[in-house]
Design a protein around this ligand. Structure first.
Ligand code: NAD
Length: 268
């Protein structure tokens, strides 16, 4: 069986990779694609936009047609676009994979609400390595207990629009959960001026933006006389794209629920 996969945000950095990742597989094909109405890619062939041979799939200016013509849709766009797509997924009963980051609490609540009606995979990072890092960092935090300061450092390309990265927050969440802390209560997202001594309960975040960095994340555990650093570096967006396509094929036919990469990798 060939699974019909729709791509929203098809001309974006991730959209192009997703088209390539779907077309690399024998069990899936790009069935429909959409872009922002103002994108120059609207009306062009999705394969050509992604640097492949033409696929015979024209990029639409509205995601609604993508949901009507696909069994599962992958969305790496912007939070406001994803919120619109949730409505389309529910109306058409289509499974959805969300890679978009930068949602506020209301946006996350909309995702949870939609996941009661259709199966949704939502992950801040679809790389297998990063998800393994979440698991390892959580275990390290449990062993080290209260005696280490926890910091998360992330670096991305100059065009990334949200900070800290969704992956950094996900990493902080996994660590906080493992040691019984609540990330919103302990997160420090910036330091400047006279900050006073560090509170050991906090989890600090540092953000670097520059050049073409695909995505680096470090969990730093600093104690007296020693420190542990766990680092993941992504060197190609294909790692996110192939993970998202794997998630799309996995979620098809599952019961309506909010899943993440840990479900797909059996890390629970
Ligand atoms: P990008 O800006 O290159 O691409 C986003 C695309 O979405 C653009 O082409 C834009 O025109 C399109 N878009 C915007 N509004 C739209 C709408 N209403 N309908 C259809 N298309 C619309 O960005 P990117 O680097 O590809 O990243 C996209 C998102 O994915 C970001 O939130 C980023 O943080 C996230 N991301 C997640 C992962 C992961 O593994 N979860 C990995 C990389 C990037």
């Amino acid at each position: 069986m060939t699974v019909e996969v729709g791509i929203v945000g098809a001309a974006g950095r991730m959209g192009q990779m997703l088209i390539q990742a779907v077309e690399q597989r024998e069990d899936a094909r790009v069935s429909a694609a959409a872009e922002h109405p103002k994108s120059e890619a609207v009306g062009r062939d999705a394969g050509s936009v992604a640097g492949l041979n033409p696929l015979g799939v024209k990029i639409a200016n509205d995601a609604a047609s993508v949901f009507k013509n696909s069994q599962v849709v992958i969305d790496f766009t912007l939070p406001e676009a994803t919120v619109y797509n949730l409505q389309q997924a529910v109306e058409t009963g289509t499974a959805l994979v969300i890679g978009t980051t930068g949602f506020d609490a209301a946006g996350k609540a909309r995702i949870e609400e939609a996941a009661r009606k259709v199966p949704i995979v939502f992950a801040p990072n679809f790389s297998v390595g990063v998800n393994l890092m979440f698991k390892v960092a959580a275990e390290v935090a449990q062993v080290l207990e209260e005696n280490f300061d926890i910091e998360i450092i992330e670096a991305h390309h100059r065009n990334k629009v949200d900070a800290p990265s969704g992956t950094a927050i996900g990493l902080g969440d996994a660590i906080a959960e493992a040691i019984g802390r609540s990330l919103p209560e302990v997160a420090i997202y910036g330091r400047e001026g006279h900050t006073g001594a560090r509170d050991r309960q906090t989890i600090g975040f540092s953000t670097i933006r520059g050049g073409d960095i695909v995505g680096d994340h470090t969990a730093l555990f600093a104690g007296e006389g020693e420190r542990i650093e766990i680092t993941h570096r992504a060197s190609s967006r294909m790692t996110f794209a192939s993970g998202a396509v794997r998630a799309a094929l996995w979620v098809l036919g599952k019961e309506p629920k909010l899943y993440d990469m840990r479900d797909i990798l059996n890390f629970r």
